[in-house]
Structures are given as structure tokens and as C-alpha cells.
Design a protein around this ligand. Structure first.
Ligand code: SAH
Length: 528
């Protein structure tokens, strides 16, 4: 799959966000390297972007930073972040002219079926009266546009919608979303960010904010949450299991009664999780760090990954959070990726739907930035769980992602250390970790999936929907566009998105009844 996604690019078919071609990050076991990069060397040195210089200077002061800190800066730094910077000549990151294309951008069927999914869940839960529609990371707003257009035909559902919330880090993308969904870029200030009326639902407001914790959480509210290609953009920490012989192999211990060999043998290596950290490449080295991208071969990169010799605050607790990581403790050189921010987000979803857990969740995660944000409300009570979350993204079904950090630029996979801030960074989503965290955070939810996107969309009726629209297609060009679009979404081959992308759902746990599978996850429409 990984190689073929590259060959897809080479043949010039640039329709989807190119997928998992892991960058063989160059790790060197010399965390001390960074200190050779003195402040003056940094200022003389040519950096590929202003953000690279800012990061290098910060590292000179603080020491190497985690991959998570690097990713966060590269993606959402207020000035030079990939999503948050102002793009030139009105060009955004998406589409054939940008860096990648996502499912909602490929075909309207995607958003339409997601809209139907929300409606079906609302029916199955007995038509809740006060609904919030929430999307995290809406990009251009295309998915929400298709969702709202679709559900606007179901008047009873739209009447129940209290407000729509879009969680978006980029002020420029917020404006673009507003243009599409409200027909204006003129947004009013609100208590949590910005607001404008929704063009599809009379009297309903769209609210923009930067963090889901700002979205009101009330017992009577039923949140219906969408996350499409959001979790892959959240920062990951990377750890490698490295053997350390605490006692040199040849040593014997001298005791008063004579020399002895330690009981378990001197060479038994101890394995410890070491965090991989980011530091500038040496300014004096002329080693070109080749990348997996043919176009950037030989490019000298600003940064490299090194293994931290000493424990970091994250290496001391994150790898201990799950038995899945513990099982790899005896696998030399195993690599694991953990995204605490993703776990915090999914826990928040679960608590909104099912209420909090009286016992503190293991996934409560250090707050990211702003101190005015409400604290994680683990004790939020919800007598009757309601709402749902639908997560659509790429990643393995049940294994822990390893070596999946990648850069994407102009539909090509590049090094994650190439042109910081100008390159999209993403990593595979650990669906099982998300599921565990959701269940851990709330006793009132159950998790379905992950299932492959092809299964989800096929059982949602994508073929039937496509057949109906194709019959009415006004010309050959429209017909071809519709046809190639829907097929690509479910294609399980190397050029399609049906297998690599997965769907996972969080719904209320019904302790009294049998498990009700949502549609798209093996269930049928109920309550219609
Ligand atoms: N869902 C869209 C866009 C995916 S790209 C689609 O599938 O087309 C990721 C989106 O998440 C972008 O809108 C980006 O600006 C936003 N984003 C990334 N990191 C974020 C963060 N930490 N908080 C809020 N939004 C973020």
C-alpha cells in the first residue's frame, strides 16, 4: 500500500491525500548534538523557512523538543504554522492546486452519507430535542456544507439543532468556512470566538472556536460530533525501546568473599522507552539527508530526530499508560507513537455523550495552552447519555502506529523536516487507543469500529445513492466526475481510500437493552 501510494503519485493521478509512506526518520543516538548549534551559528545559518529559524533558536535555549512540540509548531504556530499561516493569493492547503485532497473534496456523496448517518442516529436515539452539531478541523467546510444541505430536508431534525460548532485553529480557514456555510466573511464576536447565521437552517447560528473545551456542555444537550482527518493532524510523541546494559558485559562484582557474576548474567539488557526528540542538524555537517521523496533527495534538512539519552517528562508516563505498550517492552528497537492530545479530544467527546467517570480518566492530559479554558470536566453528570461521534481518518485497525510521521507537499510525501510550516505533517491514527480512552473516560458510551471506509460507505448505501444521481446527471462530464468520485472513496486497492481510511463511532451505552449497532457499522435504521 505504501509503495503504491508513491507510484500513484508518480503516474500523476493526484486525487487523494497521498498516504502512508513512512519517512525513515534519521535517528542518531546523540541527543547532545544540539548543543553544538550555538546561537550565533543559528543566526548565520540559512534556514528553509522563518519558522525553522524560530524553532532552532528556541531549541538552542531549551534543548531538543519532542516530536509533538515540533508538530504543533509546524501545524498551528500563529505566524508560520501550516494551517494557521496566511496562504498566498487566496490559495489554501486543499485540492489539486494545494497539497492534498480529502474524501469530502472528492465527492459530495461522502458528506451526504455522513449527514444521513447523523439523522439515523438522531432517530435511533428517540429524536432528541436539543442537539449540537460539532465538527473538529473542518478544513474548507465542504463536509459540513454537504451534511447541512442533506439534513436540511429533515425538518424535525434541523428544528432540534440548538447551534453548530466548528472547532478550527486557523483564522483563515474559519473565514473560508463562514463564506461557504453562512454566505459571509463578516463574523460577529461571540463569547467563545466568532459567530454567523447558518445559511441552511433559519434561526440557527454557527459558532467558531479554537478548542472543543469552549463548547458548552449541558446535561440536556445531545452533541453530534464529526472528526474527519482531524486526529491525524494532532501531535504525536514517539518512543523507541532501547536496550541499556546497566553493567558492562565483561564486569564482575568484587565482594569481600571474592569476585562474583551477577545472578542473571551481566549482559541481560534492560529495555527502556526513550523519547525521540527533534534538534537542528549540525550546521557544519555537509551530509545531505535524503528523504523518500524523489523531488527532495539530497536536500539538506534543518532538523533531525535523535534519541533522548535521558528520560523526558513524557517518556516517564506515556508508555506506561497502556498494556499494549507494555507488551512491546521486550521488543528491542520497537517504536510506538502516542498522541495525548488525541486522547484528550476523544475523552472530551465521550464525556459529552455519556457523562464523566467518577474515577479520574487515565487519559486526562496536560492542558495544551490557554489558561482560560474550562478544566476537563470528568465529573460532568449525564443521567441519560445521548449524542454520537463519528471519526473518519487513516490508521491501522488495531496495531500501534510506528514510524508514520510524514510530510506532504504538492501531493508528494516529503520528509517531516523539510520546510517547516510549508509542509503538512500527519501521522496514523491509533484507533484502538482512541477507543480505550473513550471507554475509560465515560461509563455511558460504547464504541463501534473501526471499520474500513469501504464497509462504512457501502453499508450506508453509497452505490444506491450514486445510481440515483447518475441517472439524472446532466452531461457526460458530470457523470464521469460522480462515477470516479464514489468509486475512489470505496476502492480498497492501492489507489483508493476504501481500505486505508477507517470509521469509528461513539454512541450512548444502553445498559438495559441489547447492543444496537449504528448504521454503517453493521446496524439498520431504527426509530424512523
Ligand atoms: N476535515 C477537513 C480538513 C482536514 S485537515 C477535510 O477532511 O477536508 C485538518 C483540519 O484541522 C484543518 O482545518 C486544520 O486547520 C484543523 N486543525 C489542525 N490542528 C488543529 C487543532 N489543534 N485545533 C483545531 N483545529 C485544528
Amino acid at each position: 500500500m505504501r509503495n503504491s501510494s508513491l507510484s500513484l503519485l508518480r503516474t500523476g493521478i493526484r486525487r487523494i491525500r497521498p498516504l502512508p509512506r513512512p519517512i525513515a526518520c534519521h535517528t542518531t543516538k546523540c541527543a547532545s548534538r544540539w548543543s553544538s548549534t550555538s546561537a550565533s551559528a543559528n543566526s548565520e545559518r540559512k534556514w528553509s523557512t522563518p519558522l525553522a529559524k524560530t524553532l532552532a533558536e528556541a531549541i538552542t535555549t531549551t534543548g531538543p523538543i519532542s516530536v509533538a512540540a515540533y508538530m504543533r509548531q509546524c501545524l498551528t504556530h500563529p505566524e508560520g504554522g501550516y494551517y494557521t499561516r496566511q496562504t498566498t493569493s487566496g490559495q489554501d492547503q486543499f485540492g489539486t492546486k494545494g497539497d492534498f485532497v480529502t474524501s469530502p473534496e472528492i465527492s459530495q456523496f461522502f458528506g451526504e452519507l455522513v449527514g444521513i448517518w447523523l439523522y439515523a442516529e438522531w432517530l435511533a436515539q428517540g429524536r432528541k430535542e436539543k442537539v449540537q452539531i460539532i465538527e473538529v478541523g473542518p478544513g474548507r467546510g465542504t463536509l459540513m456544507d454537504d451534511v447541512l444541505r442533506t439534513i436540511s430536508s429533515f425538518k424535525a431534525f434541523t428544528k432540534s439543532i440548538d447551534a453548530i460548532y466548528l472547532i478550527e485553529a486557523s483564522p483563515y480557514l474559519q473565514k473560508q468556512q463562514a463564506k461557504l456555510l453562512s454566505g459571509t466573511e463578516d463574523l460577529d464576536k461571540s463569547a467563545i470566538g466568532l459567530t454567523a447565521p447558518c445559511k441552511y437552517i433559519t434561526g440557527c447560528k454557527i459558532q467558531w472556536c479554537e478548542d472543543i473545551r469552549l463548547v458548552p456542555k449541558e446535561e440536556t444537550l445531545s452533541p453530534f460530533i464529526l472528526a474527519h482527518e482531524f486526529f491525524d493532524a494532532l501531535p504525536i510523541h514517539v518512543f523507541q525501546n532501547i536496550a541499556q546494559s546497566s553493567i558492562p558485559a565483561s564486569s564482575t562484582i568484587i565482594t569481600p568473599t571474592g569476585p562474583i557474576k551477577p545472578k542473571h548474567g551481566v549482559s541481560t539488557p534492560q529495555h527502556t522507552w526513550h523519547e525521540l526528540v527533534v534538534s537542528p542538524t549540525s550546521p557544519y555537517s555537509d551530509i545531505s539527508r535524503t528523504t523518500s521523496s524523489p523531488s527532495s533527495k539530497g536536500e539538506k534538512l534543518d532538523f533531525e530526530l535523535t534519541v533522548s539519552k535521558t528520560p523526558t517528562p513524557h517518556s516517564l508516563y506515556l508508555p506506561k499508560m497502556s498494556n499494549r505498550y507494555k507488551k512491546l517492552e521486550n521488543t528491542p528497537d520497537a517504536i510506538i507513537e502516542i498522541s495525548p492530545e488525541s486522547l484528550a479530544y476523544i475523552s472530551d467527546f465521550a464525556v459529552r455523550i455519556g457523562g464523566g467517570n467518577p474515577k479520574p480518566s487515565t487519559a486526562s492530559v496536560p492542558s495544551t495552552s490557554s489558561s482560560q479554558l474550562p478544566a476537563n470536566q470528568d465529573n460532568f453528570v449525564k443521567a441519560q447519555p445521548s449524542g454520537a461521534a463519528l471519526i473518519l481518518d487513516y490508521g491501522p485497525l488495531d496495531t500501534i502506529p510506528a514510524n508514520t510521521l510524514r510530510g506532504i507537499q504538492s501531493h508528494t510525501t516529503v520528509s517531516p523536516f523539510s520546510s517547516p510550516g510549508l509542509v503538512d505533517l500527519s501521522a496514523d491514527v491509533d484507533f484502538l487507543a482512541l477507543a480505550d480512552s473513550a471507554l475509560d473516560a465515560s461509563p455511558g458510551v460504547e464504541v463501534h469500529g473501526p471499520v474500513e471506509q469501504s464497509f462504512f460507505l457501502s453499508t450506508m448505501g453509497i452505490k444506491e445513492r450514486a445510481d440515483r444521481l447518475l441517472k439524472g446527471a446532466k452531461d457526460e462530464e458530470t457523470r464521469t466526475r460522480l462515477e470516479t468520485g464514489w468509486k475512489r472513496l470505496i476502492d480498497r486497492g492501492p489507489n483508493g481510500m476504501g481500505k486505508t481510511y477507517k470509521a469509528m463511532a461513539i454512541v450512548p451505552y444502553n445498559e438495559k437493552g441489547p447492543i444496537r449497532r449504528p448504521i454503517g457499522f453493521g446496524g439498520h435504521i431504527v426509530g424512523a
